[in-house]
Design a binder for this molecule. Structure first.
Ligand code: 5GP
Length: 195
């Protein structure tokens, strides 16, 4: 797991990159804990890990290596309509899974749950594929933002409802490679420019 300090010149130049919400060491430790929990829960039925691109690519990579079971891995890519920093819940599947889910124990790996609209769409979409079981592991859940209980089995961290980047999460495709998760102060005028 990557945790060494490294020079990131472009990062220090961006005044909108704010406080570290979850640092790389805490991320590594929590992902290891989640991996151990998943290993125990799925001991006799190795799951298919389904990552939701692009944001989940980093957590999927670390989590998969923390699970001591012969898991299989697949990815789907979704695009959600909305502004750059708010999803509308209208989701389009851009890349579907290669794997047939029928009779499989499926564990969806999500980067972040904000309103929960994307996740409830995904859950509905996957459930009709006759999975044997379907659970969700979300690295981050924004506190107080979900209107319904999403029944997320594994949660990495509950964080305040600020927009964050790093460890897979982007703003306009940047900062996915930050080792820490940091607040990104996205002003209304920035959003309007990108819309
Ligand atoms: P929801 O449908 O739960 O409101 O939003 C989920 C999706 O919106 C996530 O999968 C992610 O792509 C994006 N998202 C929500 N909050 C954040 C955030 O703070 N930072 C980034 N980079 N993406 C976010």
């Amino acid at each position: 797991m990557y945790s060494e300090a490294r020079p990131q010149a472009e990062v220090s130049d961006d005044p909108r990159l704010g406080d570290v919400v979850v640092g790389s060491d805490r991320l590594a430790e929590r992902v290891r804990e989640l991996g151990a929990q998943i290993t125990a829960d799925y001991a006799d039925r190795p799951p298919l890990l389904v990552g939701v691109l692009k944001g989940a690519f980093v957590v999927m990579s670390d989590l998969a290596r923390a699970v001591q079971l012969p898991v299989e891995i697949d990815f789907m890519a979704v695009a959600s309509y909305g502004t750059a920093t708010k999803s509308s819940g209208v989701v389009r599947i851009v890349k579907d899974l290669d794997t047939d889910l029928s009779n499989r124990d499926v564990l969806v790996v999500e980067d972040i749950v904000d309103s929960g609209l994307t996740l409830s769409y995904l859950r509905r979409n996957l459930l009709v594929r006759n999975t044997k079981s379907l659970e969700v592991c979300a690295l981050l859940v924004k506190k107080g933002q979900q209107r319904v209980d999403l029944g997320i089995r594994y949660v990495g961290f509950t964080i305040p409802p600020a927009f964050v980047v790093g460890y897979g999460l982007d703003i306009a495709e940047r900062y996915r490679n930050l080792a820490d998760i940091r607040v990104y102060e996205d002003s209304a005028s920035d959003r309007a420019k990108r819309a």
